[in-house]
Design a protein around this ligand. Structure first.
Ligand code: PLP
Length: 477
């Protein structure tokens, strides 16, 4: 609910943020504290740490149940109100605040709504949390292999026809579970996928971890909740402005999923000591994005991304992944590659020579996020540095390492995921691993996409992805 407050300069609309307000009240009227957290408003901590983060942050570091702050499980008080406001803002029937990132959202969905032996149609470049969820529930992934953007060393979008084909030919499908956008911003046709899922009466879950801004500006791709998804997970902390680890799980209006089952699973998976700072940051992020200030921040972000992309277009020897290639992308996720330089080398040049830290890099290119917090001057600096790099003869010895980063292999599955996870295993030298069956999840972060899963055959194609490993856990023969 928005209310007008009188500001000296002008009238600004203040958006309700109940957890932030409750926490402020608790801060303003402190009680004698004989409960957790034991540092007791920052007294029992290392002084250097207190100086680093500020004593105020420690004074508001508390958990639910105390000082009229409400509870997370079940949601009560200010937390319940904040979840209601978030549901309204994102167009959901119900929104859950998540404190172990979107990871716990995916785990609770898998644990709550999928069953042992059931099939889940999901893209191979899904995040590993979804697979952990299936290890818990015993559901089995049926892999959708997206288009490969070979020149970019990236996964592209998912062909809806492939989903329809699999729905026609696979028995007992519990859900279609799609990552959208990809880490690098490639977008699939969720509208068509959703229609297909409805035709076969199968729930559609969308892992929108990287798309939490989309609801707040029409220039972005349409969020999955508006396109018929039954549940959506979003990492507000990635791009939406909340603090690290804080995410949201939205259940759609008229969802085919049983919200009670999801809530019960979440209750078992969530911490029983939720951080009020993180919860307040989720509340604040939603309030901010809905406010005039937040709207301006998003406009600025889009304009910054346009500016950066225009500058890149004018440079020689540098290429950016963008919509003109026949698929849609999120404008704020800028993946570039430079002729003659690997992405990892570009990453280290930016870091060492220019003090720039990018989101991630692969053997081919580097990913830069244009965020709601970035100023135009920073974007200009980034563009200037990239221009300098394209005009300088940097050498690249990185390719000699023969190391690959973005897993793009088609799995050869020998055992069911959960069965393989619990089979007897042994640890062997990597050199002896080819021909054996993996006993572990190998999915480096970022982007957390599987190189190998329990039950999958290890082949020599895996080796360039495993250069950092000396030993591998395999199923005992
Ligand atoms: C597509 C996708 N889903 C889920 C996650 C997990 O998100 P979180 O880090 O918020 O737990 C990630 C993290 O990178 C991701 O890329």
């Amino acid at each position: 609910m928005a209310k007008k407050v009188n500001n000296k300069q002008k009238n600004i609309t203040k958006v309700e943020a109940p957890i932030v307000e409750a926490l402020q009240q608790a801060f303003d009227s402190p009680s004698y504290q004989f409960h957790i957290p034991g540092h007791t408003r920052g007294i029992g901590v290392l002084k250097d740490f207190r100086n680093l983060i500020g004593s105020k942050a420690l004074k508001v570091d508390t958990t639910d149940e105390f000082d009229n702050l409400g509870t997370l499980t079940p949601p009560t008080g200010a937390i319940a109100r904040a979840e209601e406001l978030a549901a309204k803002a994102f167009g959901a029937e119900r929104t859950f605040f998540l404190l172990n990132g979107s990871t716990v959202g995916n785990l609770s969905l898998a644990m709550g709504i999928t069953k042992k032996g059931q099939k889940i149609l999901t893209n191979r470049n899904c995040h590993r949390s979804l697979l952990t969820g299936m290890i818990i529930s015993g559901a089995e992934p049926v892999w959708l292999i997206p288009e490969k953007l070979e020149d970019w060393g990236l996964w592209g979008c998912i062909n809806p026809e492939k989903i329809e084909h699999l729905l026609k030919t696979t028995k007992d499908v519990g859900a279609v579970w799609i990552t959208n956008p990809t880490y690098e911003g490639v977008i699939s046709d969720i509208k068509t996928i959703s229609k297909i899922c409805n035709k076969y009466n199968v729930p559609l879950i969308v892992d929108e971890a990287h798309g939490s801004l989309w609801n707040f500006n029409k220039s972005f791709p349409t969020p999955a909740l508006q396109l018929g998804a039954d549940a959506v997970v979003q990492s507000l902390h990635k791009t939406g402005g909340s603090m690290s680890q804080s995410s949201m799980l939205h259940i759609a209006k008229n969802s085919k999923l049983d919200v009670n089952k999801i809530e019960r699973a979440l209750k078992l998976l969530h911490t029983t000591s939720p951080s009020l700072i993180l919860l307040a940051s989720l509340d604040a992020a939603r309030a901010n994005l809905s406010s005039e200030t937040g709207q301006k921040q998003i406009e600025r972000t889009i304009n910054n991304a346009k500016y950066l992309r225009k500058r890149l277009d004018k440079m020689q020897n540098i290429h950016q992944l963008k919509s003109d290639f026949g698929f849609k992308t999120d404008i704020t996720k800028v993946f570039v590659k430079i002729d003659g330089l690997s992405g990892k080398r570009l990453e280290s040049i930016l870091e060492i020579d220019f003090n720039i830290e990018v989101e991630s890099a692969s053997d081919i290119g580097a990913l830069m996020l244009v965020n709601i917090g970035n100023k135009r001057s920073e974007i200009k600096y980034l563009a200037d540095c990239l221009e300098k790099i394209t005009q300088t003869d940097y050498s690249d010895i990185y390719h000699l390492e023969n190391k690959k980063h973005m897993p793009m292999l088609i799995p050869n599955i020998k055992y069911n995921l959960r069965d393989a996870f619990y089979m007897e295993k042994e640890i062997i030298k990597k050199e002896n691993a080819v021909g054996r069956i993996s006993g572990e999840v190998i999915a480096e972060c970022p982007p957390g996409i599987a190189i190998l899963l329990p039950g999958e055959l290890i082949t020599k194609e895996h080796l360039p992805y495993l250069t950092d490993y000396e030993e591998i856990e395999v199923i005992k023969e």
